[in-house]
Write a protein that binds this ligand. Structure first.
Ligand SMILES: NC(=O)c1ccc[n+]([C@@H]2O[C@H](COP(=O)([O-])OP(=O)(O)OC[C@H]3O[C@@H](n4cnc5c(N)ncnc54)[C@H](O)[C@@H]3O)[C@@H](O)[C@H]2O)c1
Length: 350
């Protein structure tokens, strides 16, 4: 019987699946149970590499459905929880906030309750909740978010994540549960769903489609390579202090236009027939309530858990572009499904 038995909610999504890859590549003696509803963002292809590996078990279930959770997890043993499952796209939270409240708030509550039973019987080692820097709101030109920054969420997405963070915190103070929350900045890397900025730009370059940039493209995000993020989460699960929160970021602020220009440059050398790709840049109406700037101060996790990123931005963004170039069947399948109508609705008129 493996020593670490980890329930990974949302493990078929972008970060969750990268986390599963990291676990299965790093440890032989492990059992990973992925629990996922397989929404539009969940994809079993993200885990296809491990489909015949006994260390991985997949369970399809909705975290916001208590009955489904109870029945599908009945008899399944685990002693750690890494909670990634969430509705994650800000634009979708603006057009349809209800799913965000159900999954992110109610779903987190049910997962906490499940973990509480384990805790009561002395069988829970750690519950790690994956959250976002967006709970802190928007910054001006100066300053960075620390673990002490007050919460000020501005979108239904970030408000629902803030709600889940508070519930997690309360389970430490009320029930003494071994919980840890991490708040990270914007991730990028393999298996990122095409609606998000970086994959959207790469795929539109490859298809000679307009590159939609919100407003003037001057909103700033602090980009974190997903592989660095997953290593940090695993470290926090093993060495983090219960009841604490850790910010994860790599001091890598770029505005959206810089990111898009860089992707165009990388695509020019890889796809010369489309060059110059920056001719495709098309400015579109800004997102309502669009936070201007996020910036993470990761000093605490660096100082207390000795975490440092392994990858530079330059190598990681090239690796990401190459991943999309080399995994065409992965994204072509997504583009030919229901995502197509979302895309057309979202970007009609350009
Ligand atoms: N992507 C980022 O840049 C970023 C940044 C900060 C924090 N986060 C957080 O990290 C976590 C993972 O984000 P991601 O980018 O991988 O998201 P994602 O949208 O790619 O994946 C989410 C996964 O959760 C699953 N899911 C959704 N609702 C569910 C439900 N009701 N029951 C069970 N499974 C459900 C989906 O099927 C999918 O597999 C989220 O909690 C998100 O808030 C993401």
């Amino acid at each position: 019987m493996a020593k670490r038995k980890i329930l990974v909610t949302g493990g078929a999504g972008f970060i969750g699946s990268n986390f599963v890859h990291n676990l299965l590549e790093s440890y032989d003696d492990i059992k990973v149970i992925v629990l996922d509803k397989l929404t539009y963002a969940g994809n079993l292809q993200n885990l296809a590499k491990w489909k015949n590996d006994d260390r991985l078990l997949f369970i399809k279930a909705d975290i916001a459905n208590k009955h489904e959770l109870d029945t599908r997890l009945h008899g399944i043993e685990f002693n750690e929880v890494a909670h990634f499952a969430a509705e994650s796209h800000v634009d979708r939270s603006i057009s349809g906030p209800e799913e965000f409240v159900k999954t992110n708030v109610l779903g987190t509550f049910y997962i906490l309750e499940l973990a509480r039973k384990l805790h009561t019987s002395g069988n829970l080692k750690v519950f790690l909740h994956v959250s976002t820097d967006e709970v802190f709101g928007s910054l001006g030109k100066e300053g960075s978010f620390t673990e002490l920054t007050s919460y000020a969420p501005n979108s239904p997405y970030s408000a629902s994540k803030a709600g889940s963070d508070h519930l997690v915190r309360s389970y430490f103070h009320t029930y003494g549960m071994p919980v840890i929350t991490t708040n990270c900045s914007n991730n990028y890397g393999p298996f990122h769903f095409p609606e998000k900025l970086i994959p959207l730009m790469i795929l539109n370059c490859l298809q000679n489609k307009p590159l939609p940039v919100y407003g003037k493209g001057d909103n700033i995000r602090d980009w974190l390579y997903v592989k660095d993020h997953c290593i940090a989460i695993d470290l926090a699960m093993q060495k983090g202090k219960f009841g604490e929160t850790y910010n994860i970021g790599t001091r890598n602020e770029k505005n959206n236009l810089e990111i898009v220009q860089l992707i165009c440059k990388l695509m020019d050398s890889r796809n010369p027939e489309g060059a110059p790709h920056n001719r495709l840049i098309t400015f579109v109406a800004d997102r309502p309530g669009h936070d201007f700037r996020y910036s993470i101060d990761p000093s605490k996790i660096e100082r207390e858990l000795s975490w440092t990123p392994k990858y530079s931005f330059e190598e990681a963004i090239e690796e990401t572009v190459d991943w999309y170039m080399n995994n065409k069947s992965w994204w072509k399948e997504i583009l030919s499904g229901s995502y197509q109508s979302y895309y057309e609705e979202q970007y009609k008129g350009i």
